[in-house]
Every structure is written in structure tokens, then in C-alpha cells.
Design a protein around this ligand. Sequence first.
Ligand code: SF4
Length: 363
Amino acid sequence: MIAPRSIASDPVAITALAEAIARGERECTAAEARELLDLVPGTPAAEAFFAGAQKIRDAFVGKVLKVCSVVNVKAGNCSENCSYCSQAAGAEVVDYAKTKWIGDQNIAKAAETAAQNGAKALGLVAAWKGVKEGPMLDMVCDAIEEFSQNGKVRPDVNLGILESQHCADRIKQAGAKVYGHNLETAASHFDNICTTHSWEERMKTIQYIKKSGMGLCSGGIVGMGETKEQRVEFMEQIRFIEPDMVPINFLNPIPGTKLGDIGKLDADEALITMAVFRYMLPDRNLMTAGGKEVVLGDRVGEVFKTGINAVMVGNYLTTLGTDPQFWRDAARQHGLVMAAEVTEIEDQAGSGCGSKAGCGCDD
Ligand code: SF4
């Protein structure tokens, strides 16, 4: 019996699939996603695939590029052992600044810089397991209240695993608009990456966030030794939780971390993976986040052909990012406009961020 031809070698079938998704007629199946991950770069099928990813993006979330930024409010000496992270327990990485909670003035300064860089939102990120009820919850809520009155950027947080629904509700009440909490990788791969907490704990926190009414930002890291099947499994799990924003990171294998010796992802594989996310999650905001500079090098501007509609700018948590001006220019070259430049369009649309997926904000 002759095996059916893979969609990955058939530009006509790929275009038909993209158009059907763009019209909202059907979803991309896990089997199709798996085949698309095997596309051969530079072929007519690959060209049709990337054109389709942009068509799907334009149909669902448009050409407005959202810009976010993060600041480490507590860096280093984490209790957790995430294999990819320089701040993890056991990681032998020394060339970044460890800090205790940085305080209101420094958060205000970070908000100022993020706004200057064109970011609409700033996430406060802490290197610890998560937030417990009691003095810790009081401290973070005080800081969020102060930050949310600053008004320069949307106050978001990324504070790890939440002990209870009460924690999520208090953080929302304090003024946080979006809570960032990645699933990181497929459930079937998580135990290879971290053993100090479980994928299920992460999922529980996501349920608390959603129930609190905060926006959810949740994605993960590609290139941590997962198989292509697990990459598709991860995409399906992200599709299930319906985050408002999906940050897609690529592993930056930092020497001294447990994954420091793993080879970095091939640039073409990274671009194809990102575009498959668009086929699988047509109406979500997809953000290119950490690791893109390391994996894509001088091809980093090509991220726009994958159908992403958001970018993380500025410095990451322990590594440097690309100059925000680069993103402004690259977005323009690819027919996208940065969110900060389109207030007028948003006002006309009368729908806040103008995205069907929503950005998690209610302003
Ligand atoms: S990813 Fe977060 S929780 Fe994991 S080790 Fe790094 S700082 Fe800690």
C-alpha cells in the first residue's frame, strides 16, 4: 500500500489548509502539525506554509505588533531546579546580578525604560518557587499596588506557583492585569526538565489565574530535547488552556545550567516551529521571547514571516536582548506596526487592544 503523501511536501494542500483556518472553518489537527514540523526549508511548500501563517495571523489578530518587557524583581538563588535556567538551584552561572526584592523605586525606573522602549506592558518576574499566603503575599501586593498607580505601562506579574485561589484574587485586586506562568514544555517532558515542582502544580496555578479574571500569558521553551511529537503535544496543551498571550522562547543553552551542553535549535527548525504554533493557535497572541537572537542570529527579523504578532523587547532576565529600535524597523519592513504607534487605529476600532484574542488587559 502506498503511504498517503505528507501535507509537508504539498504547497497546494498547505495553502488550502491555511485558508480554511483563516476563514475559521477548521482547526489544524495534531497530525497535520506533526507533518508541518518536517517541512523542508526553501521549498515551494515552505513558502506556502509561511505565507499561510501570515494570512492566518492577519485574519485573526491583524498586523499590530504588541510589545512587552520584563524586569527581574528578585534575581538568583532560586529554590527550583529548572534545567534551562541560570538562576536555578545547582546552576553554576555567575555572570548576572543577583538581587533581593528590588523595591518600588527600581520598579518605577524599569517601567519608565520599558515605556521608552515602546513596551505597553512590564512583567515583574521573581526567581522563586511562588507566592504563599501571609507576609509574602502582602509584600508582593503592596508592590503591585504601587506599580499599578505608576501608569507608564500595564502592570503584569510573573511570580511563580500560587498557593491558593486567594493569592490569585489578591494579586488581581492589587492591580495586576496579566499573570505570566508558562507551562514550559509538554507534560510528558516536564519531569526531564524540573523535579522540584510538577507540571500539574503549574496547571493548578493557571486555573487560579483564569478564575481570578486576570489575563493569562503562558507558553514555554522550544529546543529542550523534546521530540517533535512532544512539541505538538505542548501546542495542544497550550491550545487547551487558551492563554491571551503565548510567549515562545528558544532554549539559550547557557554553560553552567543542566542544559548548557545541548545544541541550540537550528534556525530553520525554530522558524518552522513558531509558524506551526500559528496554525495551531490561530486566534491567540503569539510572542517571540527569549533565545531568538541566539538561535536565529542575523536571521532574527524573519520571525515576522512566521505569523507572530508580539515581541519581547529590552533585556531579558539574565541575558541581553536586541535593541528595541531594531524591532520597530523590522516590523515596519514586514508591514506590521508597533502597538504604541496605533492608538488611533485602536480608538477607531473601539476595542481596547483590537485583538480578537484580547491581550488580557481590560483598559
Ligand atoms: S525558571 Fe523560575 S522557578 Fe525555575 S529555576 Fe529559574 S527562576 Fe526558579
